[in-house]
Every structure is written in structure tokens, then in C-alpha cells.
Design a protein around this ligand. Structure first.
Ligand code: ATP
Ligand code: MG
Length: 419
């Protein structure tokens, strides 16, 4: 089954918003056996929208659209589909009643143009949208140009990602899976940290000859990933291909694999702390709270994270218990200061472990140290351990890398504790 994605919206075309919907959807199609051949973006313009749909129907079987389903004048997706298929729109009376009731229940006045959201055409059925007011459209039609029995599908979903994603997972994906009976692609991503891309490539070289699953190695901000992708008539069978190769890859890579698939480093480390009933505190200088923010992106972080300081100035670091002698002797940008920060955070916040980060995230030297100089320390009952490096990639990426490295160092410390 061949598919095309069309994202609708002038904001996307102009680069004002990023088309995350297409990215999100594209990543999900292989697993249900749908081959994505094209992606297009069209502005809120009826003629060009119709043209894009027409072209997509000529070259693919399934057209998946997001955006342009709202009540406003510039939301034209329904009109465009109707025009291409030569069908008249009509108002779905039940849906209209429900929509009016929905507004009344919330005490919001009903603008008449909202009725537009309950429109259908004969070939379309409404797809429920519990997260918003605009239902999607599931359109099935055999065109005059098709072979008999050769049906085309248009799936139109709202633009807001939360609405689209729920609709996809609960309504659309199960139906599409039935359409695409001819093989599915599933993949397992193993995530590593602490070793470079080329080294990983060398380590898994014996496995790279495999064709089902195929294996790819690629670098991401939080480490190097290994993707195993297998094709088979069903998901179960595809997993049977993946299992032995995954086991072998995990054996070769050992503890540098920190997670798989949707795991995040902060989530995995949170689990490690929670399982060991350990607590963590932080003191950050150049990352200014990014570490604290990342740690608390995980639900339930309160179980193990006691808190953190953004100690940007030397004066604040000293106020929190970093000794003036250390700063005087080694400088603010030093492994010693990072260790003292980690120890002070741990002490003040009564935690099992403390993390300290100091460095130069900006574009100018500090204390004669070049941009990208980073010192990260973890302090615990054993004393302290640190990582120092210099790598400047612009302010934000430098901060992000420091946070990832801090999490890596904590993981290394916890693994050493277990050993
Ligand atoms: P609404 O009822 O909110 O108007 P809609 O279906 O008409 O929904 P659009 O008007 O096209 O959708 O987009 C509404 C919002 O949804 C956009 O401002 C944007 O925030 C988000 N959005 C739309 N398309 C995308 C996309 N492809 N990727 C990410 N976000 C998107
Ligand atoms: Mg809209």
C-alpha cells in the first residue's frame, strides 16, 4: 500500500511552525506496512489544495492529511476533498446537535461557522475527536480511473498534534493495518552512550551483514543508536527475526546500552535511582537549570530528585558552600569547583548523590578557558568523580551536551556502585 502525506497550512509553508505531524506520522507507517512515497506541504488555498490531493490520488492509494479542519474561513481541507471527488457537502445533523451541546456545556457561545466542522460528503465518515471540536474524515472511493475494486483512501485529521495523534492511534491506525496486509516493518532501537559512532560500527561489524533485520548505526545528541529493522508478514514474525540479533548486539555492546526505543536517559536514570531508593540534588552554573528541567521531565521525579540550584555567580556558589579557597586556587571553571558544587548540593539538600556542572557555554573565554570547556562532577558517599572536556557547538547545544554527559556520569557512578 502506497501512501502520501499532505500537511495543510500556510504557517507550515512559511516556516512559522515546524511540521511535526508529518515526522510523527512518517515514523509510524512502516510498522503497519504502509510505504510512504511522498510528502507534500500546501498552504490554505483551495485550488492548490485540490491540486495536491488530485496528484496524490494519481500516484498513491492512501492520502493522509493533517490540518485545515477547523471552523475558520481558511480551513479548506473538506472543501478541497469534496471538489476533487466531485461530491456535495452536507451537514451531519447528529454531529451538529452534539457540537452545540458541547459548546453549551462549557458555557461558550456558539459561532454559526462552527457548523462547518460537522460537514460530510457521501464518501466520508466522521472520525471521532475527543480532544477537539473537529472530527476527522475517513474517505473511501473507487475512482473512474481505477481498476474495479481498486479503492482510494483519504484520511483527513486535525492539525493540532494532540488531537491528530489520539485520532491516529485510536481510530486510524487499526483500520489502516487491516488494509495493508502485505508485510510490516518493525524496528528496535538500542541506545548507547560513551562510545563513538565508528567504534560502535566496528563492534557490531559481524552483525552488519544481516539483511532481515537490517542494521543501521547513527549518532544522536544523547548517544549512538543502533536500529534493527525487520520485515515479515506480521509483527509477531518480524519480532522473531529481530530477537536473536538484538540479543547478540546487547551481548557485544554490554553496559554501554542504556535503553531502547522510546527510553530517555533521564527516565532510565530515574528508574535506577528509584529502584535503589537513592536521591539526587544538583548545582548548575553554565547549564542554568537545564539539568534540573531535564530530570523533572520524568513523571514521578519527586521520588528521587530533592532539588537543585542555579548558581551562576562565584558569589552564589560560595554562599551555597563551595569554598573560596577552591575557587581561588583552581578557578570557577575547574573540575575541583564542579566537585565542590556537587558535594555542596548533596550536603545542603540531604541527598545521596549531588551533580555539579561548571563551564563556558558562551562564545567567549572565561578565566582564559575556551568556549565549550565543561567540568561535571558527581559526589556521593564514596567521594567524587568527574568528567572534563572541551567541545563548543553553540550555546544551546553545548548546554544540552553537558546535561547529557552529567546523566551519563551519574549512570556510570550507579553502575560502579552495583558492581
Ligand atoms: P483548528 O481547529 O485548531 O483550526 P485545524 O485542523 O484547522 O485545527 P490548522 O488550522 O491547520 O488545523 O492548524 C492548527 C494548529 O495545529 C496550528 O496552528 C499548529 O499549531 C498545529 N499544526 C497544524 N499542522 C501541524 C503540523 N503539520 N505539525 C505540527 N503542528 C501542526
Ligand atoms: Mg485551523
Amino acid at each position: 500500500v502506497k501512501a502520501e502525506l499532505i500537511s495543510v497550512g500556510t504557517e507550515i509553508l512559511l516556516g512559522e511552525i515546524t511540521d511535526t505531524n508529518s515526522q510523527w506520522l512518517a515514523a509510524r507507517l512502516p510498522a503497519i506496512g504502509i510505504d510512504l512515497y511522498h510528502q507534500s506541504t500546501v498552504g490554505d488555498n483551495l485550488g492548490r489544495l485540490a491540486e495536491a490531493i488530485e496528484r496524490a490520488l494519481e500516484r498513491t492509494d492512501v492520502v493522509i492529511m493533517t490540518g485545515g479542519l477547523g471552523p475558520t474561513e481558511d480551513d479548506l481541507t473538506r472543501e478541497a476533498i469534496a471538489q476533487v471527488l466531485g461530491e456535495e457537502t452536507f451537514v451531519d445533523a447528529d454531529a451538529e446537535k452534539q457540537l452545540r451541546a458541547f459548546f453549551a456545556a462549557r458555557g461558550v457561545s456558539f459561532a454559526e461557522r462552527n457548523v462547518k466542522q460537522t460537514m460530510l460528503i457521501p464518501s466520508a465518515t466522521a472520525i471521532p475527536n475527543p480532544r477537539g471540536t473537529a472530527p476527522g474524515w475517513w474517505v473511501e472511493k473507487t475512482l473512474a480511473t481505477d481498476n474495479p475494486g481498486d479503492t482510494k483512501y483519504i484520511i483527513s485529521m486535525p492539525g493540532p498534534p494532540a488531537e491528530m495523534q489520539r485520532m491516529w492511534e485510536h481510530e486510524v491506525e487499526p483500520k489502516l493495518m487491516k488494509l495493508a496486509g502485505d508485510g510490516v516493518l518493525v524496528s528496535r532501537v538500542l541506545k548507547t552512550i560513551g562510545v563513538g559512532e565508528s567504534t560502535i560500527d566496528e563492534m557490531v561489524a559481524p552483525l552488519l551483514k544481516s539483511t532481515n533485520p537490517t542494521i543501521g548505526v547513527y549518532a544522536k545528541p544523547d548517544g549512538v543508536y543502533l536500529r534493527l529493522a525487520a520485515k515479515a508478514p506480521s509483527q509477531e514474525e518480524a519480532w522473531v527475526h529481530i530477537a536473536p540479533v538484538e540479543e547478540e548486539a546487547r551481548r557485544i555492546l554490554g553496559p554501554i546500552v542504556w535503553g531502547a526505543d522510546n527510553d530517555t536517559l533521564e527516565g532510565v536514570i530515574g528508574d535506577m535511582l528509584e529502584q535503589r531508593r537513592l536521591t539526587l540534588a544538583t548545582m548548575e552554573s553554565c547549564t542554568s537549570g537545564l539539568l534540573a528541567s531535564t530530570i523533572t521531565d520524568v513523571a514521578g521525579a519527586a521520588q528521587y530528585y530533592t532539588g537543585g540550584y542555579v548558581a551562576y555567580s562565584a558569589r552564589m556558589k560560595m554562599g551555597l558552600g563551595v569554598s573560596a579557597d577552591i575557587i581561588e586556587k583552581h578557578g570557577v571553571i575547574s573540575a575541583e569547583t564542579a566537585e565542590a558544587m556537587a558535594a555542596a548540593a548533596r550536603r545542603n539538600l540531604d541527598a545521596d548523590y549531588g551533580i555539579g556542572i561548571t563551564g563556558v557555554a558562551g562564545n567567549d573565554e572565561v578565566e582564559g578557558k575556551p568556549p565549550g570547556t565543561i567540568h561535571i562532577a558527581v559526589a556521593g558517599e564514596f567521594g567524587a568523580d568527574h568528567i572534563s572536556y572541551t567541545f563548543y557547538q553553540g550555546r544551546q547545544a553545548t548546554k544540552r551536551r553537558a546535561v547529557t554527559t552529567a546523566l551519563f556520569l551519574l549512570r556510570r557512578t550507579l553502575l560502579a556502585r552495583d558492581a
